[in-house]
Design a protein around this ligand. Sequence first.
Ligand code: NAG
Ligand code: NAG
Length: 262
Amino acid sequence: MLEFKVKSLLVGKLLHFFFSRFGWIAGGLILTFLITACDPGSMMLPGPSGSSNSSSWKEDSFEMQVLMEPFSETETEGTSGNPPIPRVAGEEAGPSHQASIIHNASFESSLHQRIQRLENENTPFLLDKGKGEYWTDIKRDLDQAPSQQEYNRLLEFENCDLQIRELKHLCSALFRQTLSQHPDLLPKCIERDAESAVFSFLESQREEFEAEFAPDGDGNGINTHWIDKLEMDLFQEMADDLHKNGGSSYYFLKFLQEYFPD
Ligand SMILES: *[C@@H]1O[C@H](CO)[C@@H](O)[C@H](O)[C@H]1NC(C)=O
Ligand SMILES: *[C@@H]1O[C@H](CO)[C@@H](O)[C@H](O)[C@H]1NC(C)=O
């Protein structure tokens, strides 16, 4: 019952947020997806229409897990008879099985390469860490994971986190490329330079999500994994929009409005 109330509240909040933020079309799309995700029953039964190749949602198992995760720890305890997340067999392995953690070497190596690629392009989206440091920190955490479950979780988290950084880096390049076609705008910039304006615009997106959704003291609010997912979708949409529509794209105009006012 409580769970239902929390979800209704959340859906109301989502409605308000998405339509005010993304407009009717994109907001509706995201909402439809989220509402489906809120109802694990409907998720388990694929519709009679069979494979739905609808839109660009990639419904891989990671997203399913993320979206079906409970809102808070306490809620999990309350419904312990009926765990909402299908656990992978063997994941229960506790610290006593520490020696048997299987590392996903190929995936670790691809993460490392993706980080190096970003470093080589001198991205500002790797937390200002020195070259190599970003990966060293991740690798240390992976090597110290106390269980297979924690190792897997960490790997997924870092993958998702890195995807967001890659998308920001891509959006940043597209913004700067579009700006370079409008040199007349540069004197209007309210930041030190165009690059800082782009950085600031991209970094402020998550703050908006967090202000809207981050859990408060009572455990209300949205899971941080959801925020990651929303952020990823936003930057993907932004990159597509900038790529397709350049100087007349929705996000470019929004950016100009905030950082290059008349
Ligand atoms: C659905 O996706 C599959 C593989 O991605 C593709 O072969 C097929 O043509 C798609 N069907 C429709 C109706 O788009
Ligand atoms: C390594 O991780 C990736 C991404 O999570 C996964 O798709 C792949 O199956 C994993 N490989 C092994 C051997 O566990």
